[in-house]
Design a protein around this ligand. Structure first.
Ligand SMILES: Cc1cc2nc3c(=O)[nH]c(=O)nc-3n(C[C@H](O)[C@H](O)[C@H](O)COP(=O)(O)OP(=O)(O)OC[C@H]3O[C@@H](n4cnc5c(N)ncnc54)[C@H](O)[C@@H]3O)c2cc1C
Length: 541
């Protein structure tokens, strides 16, 4: 006789269209780019919700990569072996054109379409998004260097080719980056890795690197943009794993990091010793080149964090829909509705901000729009990433004990949640970047003001904006206030976006709680009278 009967447990959350079921996302796209075609997004959304694809995310994390420094004969190989699920995820992501493809896509809204797909696909698994994002970001930097043009084409092909062979022979490729050293991460000027010319100096020429990188993720990528010092200062180099003659470049992987999360992905410590690298831009221009790359990866960090929030929210609503307690489903309990509605507001606002900034990337050829992209990326990276651990933590609790157990997706989302705020410039660095932009680029502040201006007719938003403007005008405004300024600017922009396109129940609740001072310090503290049920229904799949 059975010792127990399984009841009052939800069915698996699978086989739904991640894109089509997301009403908020569809509304936001219709607002920022009404002419954008959404066919590819819906097709990827269908794949992202499939049970077998969701299983890939679990497999890739349950079987983390393993380092093999030597072969059985004692030769150095410095290879990392991954579970087949990792390769399958990268296959899907590259086929969907999430890496370098938008840079050679002449159709309108190429970057917006890619950003939305990155958001949809990010809900499957985050770790493999790292090489995808770095490759996306490396392409414009490489494209600017004529001598290295042969590198660009494979990075934009919608294919996955994991072979370690010369780039000229590859159908497709991936690219990483190496900036961080032991003595300097945020402060990359402290880098000590040195580069000397192999023969002649100058852009596109070969140099030899000696030194190390303390973090170098996705070490099986085909090449890396690496910072090293020359006589003229910090410079940027393309360092391939395999040299054009087919021999391996000197790229010793000392060990892999044992990380809190992001376990499907490998993050290595590497040593360079007479390692060949080709100069990108001039000597001493390394920071400018890498900032170009980082501006794209930073937006991906924000999108990735919005995707984590959405994935956690959907799982929480799903659980609360089926689980019964005290005579009714959890979702029928008013206080659970308040928690879920508050999570939904945060998730939608995060997504809307990302979608708006992604649209600005498509527009960034114009000077005014480039300014909006610049300030938007810093604000989005700071604020959306900062909210992810809070949102995911609260959503996890909606599943009760089930949310704390590894068979659930929640522990993986929770471990992943702080990461996007750390890499590519951690929270303080991005908040300080906002301050720097405000001081040095008045056109960026003007572009942001244009975005929020239509919302100032709403008195609570106007009051919030007034407080912020007086803070901005204060001659004593210093670094210690950078987070406060960045948070207020991001929230104001979110409020303006929601007011422009979302149902009144959503924008009202966001403004009342985030602008009106009627919000507690925890989630689930929306004021009485909020249309909780409507907000949760909108967020449900
Ligand atoms: C999983 C993972 C993968 C990574 N992969 C890569 C990779 O592939 N390539 C790569 O180059 N790097 C990589 N990194 C490194 C990452 O980019 C750095 O960890 C990050 O930039 C922070 O640098 P740091 O660790 O040296 O911290 P630090 O620079 O020492 O910063 C520590 C803290 O001090 C704060 N801080 C620093 N300066 C200031 C200031 N002026 N004012 C106020 N606060 C400040 C920071 O915000 C942070 O909170 C990876 C990191 C992780 C965790």
């Amino acid at each position: 006789m059975a010792t127990h009967v399984v009841e009052n447990q939800p069915p698996p959350l699978e086989n739904y269209n991640v894109f089509a079921s997301d009403r908020a996302l569809n509304d936001a796209i219709a607002y920022v780019a009404p002419d954008a075609s959404t066919g590819e997004m819906a097709a990827l959304g269908e794949v992202a919700g499939r049970g077998d694809v969701i299983a890939l995310g679990f497999d890739a994390n349950e079987h983390p990569p393993a380092l093999h420094t030597h072969d059985r004969f004692g030769n150095r190989v410095d290879e990392v072996r991954f579970h087949p699920a990792w390769h399958a995820l990268l296959s899907h992501a590259t086929r969907a054109g999430l890496h370098g493809t938008p840079w050679q896509d002449a159709r309108p809204f190429a970057h917006l379409r890619r950003a939305v797909k990155f958001y949809v696909w990010g809900q499957v698994e985050s770790g493999h998004g790292c090489p995808i994002s770095m490759t996306y970001a490396a392409v414009p930097v490489l494209r600017a260097e004529r001598e290295l043009a042969e590198w660009t084409a494979p990075l934009t092909q919608p294919e996955y080719d994991p072979r370690l062979i010369p780039i000229a022979a590859k159908r497709a490729g991936l690219c990483g980056m190496g900036m961080t050293e032991k003595q300097g991460g945020s402060d990359v000027r402290a880098n000590t890795t040195r580069a000397e010319p192999a023969a002649a100096r100058g852009p596109g020429r070969e140099y030899r690197l000696r030194g190390h990188k303390w973090f170098c993720s996705a070490p099986m990528s085909d090449a890396f943009l690496v910072l090293a010092q020359t006589g003229k200062g910090l410079s940027c180099f393309l360092v391939p794993r395999v040299l054009p003659d087919g021999t391996r470049n000197a790229f010793a992987i000392a060990r892999l990091k044992d990380k809190l999360g992001n376990r499907s992905n490998a993050s290595a410590e590497v040593e360079f010793d007479s390692t060949a690298g080709w100069l990108i831009g001039g000597e001493g221009e390394g920071l400018a080149r890498i900032v170009e790359m980082v501006n794209s990866t930073r937006l991906d960090c924000a999108i990735g964090s919005a995707a984590l929030q959405r994935a956690a929210l959907v799982a929480a609503i799903h659980h609360a829909t089926y689980r019964r307690a005290f005579g009714k489903t959890l979702i029928e309990h008013p206080l659970m509705q308040n928690v879920l509605a508050d999570l939904a507001l945060e998730s939608e606002a995060a997504m809307a901000l990302c979608v708006r900034i992604a649209r600005a990337v498509d527009d960034s050829a114009g000077e005014e729009r480039a300014a909006l992209r610049r300030i938007g990326t810093a604000l989005g990276k700071y604020y959306v990433c900062k909210r992810a651990p809070v949102v995911v933590g609260e959503a996890l609790e909606c599943l009760g004990g089930n949310g704390y157990v590894e068979e659930s997706v929640m522990p993986r989302l929770y471990r992943e949640a702080p990461l996007n705020s750390i890499w590519e410039g951690s929270g303080n660095i991005n908040a300080l970047d906002v301050l720097r932009i405000l001081r040095k680029q008045p056109d960026a502040l003007a572009a942001w003001r244009d975005e929020v201006a239509p919302a100032l007719a709403e008195p609570r938003i106007a009051a919030h904006a007034q407080r912020l403007e007086s803070e901005l005008r204060d001659p004593a405004l210093g670094e210690a206030q950078a987070r406060d300024v960045a948070e207020r600017m991001a929230q104001l922009w979110q409020a303006a976006l929601l007011l422009a396109y979302a149902p009144a129940e959503v924008s009202d609740a966001f403004v009342a709680s985030r602008m009106g001072g009627e919000h507690g310090r925890t989630l689930g503290t929306l004021p009485a009278g909020t249309a909780l049920r409507t907000i949760v229904e909108r967020a449900a799949i």
